[in-house]
Design a protein around this ligand. Structure first.
Ligand code: HEC
Ligand code: HEC
Ligand code: HEC
Ligand code: HEC
Ligand code: HEC
Length: 451
């Protein structure tokens, strides 16, 4: 009841410290014990349990980078800056919902082995009955823990619990309660569900579950009846190289097939978001690096890097790779480091060169500097990401060197994805597996240099 009230209240007053109010109210409501452990479900729902253990949502609190960001940036920041004080509790509303509901704030670090570690667990999702308000965001799910498990199908019988068919679990709004996030500054710092809703998949009713929990024949419980379409609990995303492979396609072509040294050849690379139901990057876009890197190789094997042509829109420089630009100065403010110059804005990667195009949404702190602290985001730079089933064309004008040898030139366009800009990873000692780039797509075209 209180939770409904506060969430409804918060929608009327969007600039209030909403999640703290909801959190304070929710705190005394649901102690850890009212939720069952995933191990209790695993004895019957074997495959689902083994899948969920391998998904990031079962590690949303324990995963190394989550632990680092929460304890080394968010908590200290919340303790010194009243404007963001709410995130000390609020991060847990999505990452450690049982701790949040129990009022265990901040939870003990993962090494202590508390039930915060269950992260987004079976019993949390399967006791969600709906959400409060019109727009799902900032963990405004409504939960009713207990014997009754909410599921997608009617009339199922289980020896362990009651089941209730709840269409909400089949909706994208269910996912949106945690996959949309508004910062204390009122900015949408995660909008996967909103992006989806505006895009072709949202309009066609192809929901998150269709791509992240695809149906396969089997049984959902050991003693259940065979079903043609058991929803697989894969929840695979950017941590799965399979899911990233080919998520953005690239094709490149030259304007002419023959050219002479000294001429300018214009090439066009077209990149397509053909596989995702939302923008790419989505969600934690503040951390992600997706870039186009183009190289030419002449008939003798010499390699030339080709920078993209500028388009001239406002804020474009934030989308063009620079090996010297600095950002993330707020990390110094948060950690109390005097005169912190910032970190390399675009990191340092072997396959990232000055002039490469970066597909990103720059998150800006209250002083207009790029930040990876999404809770500290007051505004944005240009949204230069790839919308679902849309393409973006990048041109590259290359003045052929006078000494270019005659013969075939091969031009290769490559797209790389790194989950966390690696200057930040290095500074905060986040393990390499969190930032190592993945080659998501590439294509080679040719033209001939005439003697
Ligand atoms: C003793 C075995 C057992 C345990 C333990 C158990 N379940 Fe079940 N559960 C079943 C059976 C059997 C069904 C019905 C499956 C069928 O008929 O296809 C079921 C059905 C469900 C459904 C409905 C599925 C649908 O398609 O609508 C949900 C949701 C569910 N269980 C969640 C859980 C959760 C969460 C836990 C742990 C808190 C859990 N179960 C523990 C046996 C169990
Ligand atoms: C992030 C939320 C989430 C978590 C965590 C989660 N589930 Fe589910 N589960 C869902 C949703 C959503 C569906 C229904 C998907 C659909 O039908 O569109 C579902 C479906 C099911 C079903 C019915 C599958 C079918 O198609 O018959 C069972 C059983 C189930 N879950 C059990 C579990 C168990 C056990 C766990 C933990 C090991 C778990 N779930 C973890 C969201 C979740
Ligand atoms: C048409 C299929 C499709 C639909 C529909 C879809 N997704 Fe995705 N999703 C993908 C693909 C492909 C990726 C991998 C690309 C990436 O990580 O950016 C992905 C990635 C993700 C990621 C990881 C992003 C990151 O950077 O870590 C999240 C989170 C996610 N999806 C959530 C959702 C939610 C929530 C919805 C519904 C509102 C949804 N997806 C709908 C295909 C889909
Ligand atoms: C209670 C909050 C909550 C709900 C509800 C929820 N998610 Fe998530 N989800 C998270 C959090 C937190 C993460 C980040 C995990 C991490 O720390 O990497 C996440 C991560 C993901 C990822 C990224 C995995 C990767 O490889 O990086 C996918 C995909 C995803 N969720 C899909 C879904 C879908 C689909 C639904 C709805 C059926 C859903 N989620 C519902 C909280 C939630
Ligand atoms: C409204 C729900 C929500 C809140 C509140 C929230 N997160 Fe998240 N967080 C997510 C989801 C969902 C993802 C996964 C997004 C994706 O992969 O696109 C995520 C991803 C992350 C990641 C990146 C994980 C990765 O693997 O790259 C970190 C780190 C993180 N969150 C930390 C925090 C911290 C610290 C806070 C509090 C300041 C916080 N989150 C608040 C939902 C939330």
């Amino acid at each position: 009841m209180n939770r409904y009230f506060f969430v409804a209240f918060s929608l009327l007053l969007p600039f209030m410290v909403t999640s703290r109010l909801a959190g304070d109210e929710a705190r005394v409501v649901h102690p850890y014990e009212v939720f069952e452990r995933p191990a209790a479900c695993a004895s019957c729902h074997v495959d689902i349990a083994r899948q969920h253990e391998q998904a990031m949502m079962s590690q949303a609190y324990t995963h190394h980078w989550d632990e680092i960001e929460y304890f080394q940036l968010a908590v200290p920041h919340a303790e010194k800056e009243p404007k963001v004080a709410e995130v000390k509790a609020g991060c847990n509303g999505c990452h450690a919902p049982l701790a949040y509901l129990a009022g265990d704030i901040p939870p003990k670090p993962p090494a202590a082995g508390t039930r915060a570690n269950e992260s987004v667990s079976c019993d949390l999702c399967h006791t969600v009955v709906g959400f409060a308000g019109d727009t799902p965001y900032n963990f405004n799910w409504v939960v009713a823990p207990g014997k009754v498990k909410q599921g997608p199908r009617p009339g199922l019988v289980s020896p362990h619990h009651e089941t209730r068919e709840n269409p909400f679990l089949r909706s994208a709004e269910f996912c949106g309660t945690c996959h949309n996030e508004k910062s204390p500054y009122g900015t949408w710092v995660k909008a996967t569900h909103l992006e989806w809703r505006e895009g072709p998949h949202g309009k066609a009713g192809i929901v998150c579950q269709d791509c992240h929990m695809p149906p396969a024949p089997g049984r959902s419980a050991k003693m259940g009846e065979p079903l043609p379409d058991v929803r697989q609990h894969l929840f695979h995303g950017a941590h799965d190289p399979n899911k990233l492979a080919g998520v953005i396609e690239v094709r490149i072509h030259p304007e002419v097939r023959e050219a002479e040294p000294g001429e300018t050849v214009r090439l066009t690379a077209v990149v397509v978001n053909a596989k995702a139901g939302h923008k790419v990057p989505t969600g934690s876009a503040e951390e992600r690096m997706l870039w186009l890197h183009v190289e030419a190789k002449d008939a003798k094997g010499a390699v030339y890097h080709l920078p993209v042509d500028r388009k001239g829109f406002a804020g474009e420089e934030l989308t063009i790779a620079s090996s010297t630009a600095l950002a993330y100065q707020d990390i110094g403010d948060i950690r109390g480091i005097a005169d912190f110059p910032g970190l390399l804005r675009d990191g340092a990667y072997p396959a990232l060169r000055d002039g490469d195009r970066i597909f990103r949404l720059p998150y800006l702190d209250p002083r207009g500097r790029m930040t990876v602290a999404q809770w500290h985001t007051a505004s944005f730079g240009p949204d230069y990401r790839l919308a679902p089933l849309q393409a973006m064309a990048e041109t590259l004008s290359w003045k052929l060197p006078a000494a270019l040898p005659p013969g075939q030139v091969e031009v290769t366009a490559s797209l790389y994805y790194s989950r966390l800009v690696n200057s930040v990873a290095a500074f905060l000692k986040v393990p390499d597996d969190e930032w190592e780039p993945v080659l998501v797509g590439h294509h080679t075209t040719t033209f001939t240099v005439l003697p």
